[in-house]
Design a protein around this ligand. Sequence first.
Ligand SMILES: [Zn+2]
Length: 148
Amino acid sequence: MSCIFCRIVAGEIQAEIVAREPAATAFLDVQPLADGHVLVVPRAHVPAIEDMEPGDAEALFRLVHRLAGPTRAAVRAEGSTIGVNNGDATGQTIPHVHVHIVPRWSGDGAGSVHTIFKSGTRRPVAEIGAAIRKALGTSADIQKGLPT
Ligand SMILES: [Zn+2]
C-alpha cells in the first residue's frame, strides 16, 4: 500500500487527524494553504469522485458538512473554500479522492474558485446542458420544474 492517504487512514503514517468515521477520515494538510486547511478522504482508495460508490460519496460529503462549521470556528475564519481537484488535468497530485476545506478571511489575497479559470466557455450553454442530460439519461422535461 503506497498511497499516503490510504496509509494515514490505516494509521500507518502519522497525521493530525481531526475526525474519523467508518467510511471517511479528516486530517490537516501537511502543506496548509491556510491555518485549518483540512483534507477529507474516503476510506476506499478511489482516484476520482465518479469512481466512488454512492454510499462512500455520501459519507465523504456528510463529513465535509460536519467539519465545515467547526473548522471555521476553530481558526475564527470568515468563510471557507471547499474544493476537489478531480483528475490529473486538474493538478490532483495524489490519486485518492480528497476534499479540501480551506478557511478564508476577507482580504486574505486568495481568489474565488472562478479566478482559477483564465478562459471562458466555448460552446453554447444549452448545448452543454443537453449533452450532460443525455449522459445522465435524463429528459429535457426536467427544465420545466417540479409539479406544484
Ligand atoms: Zn489511497
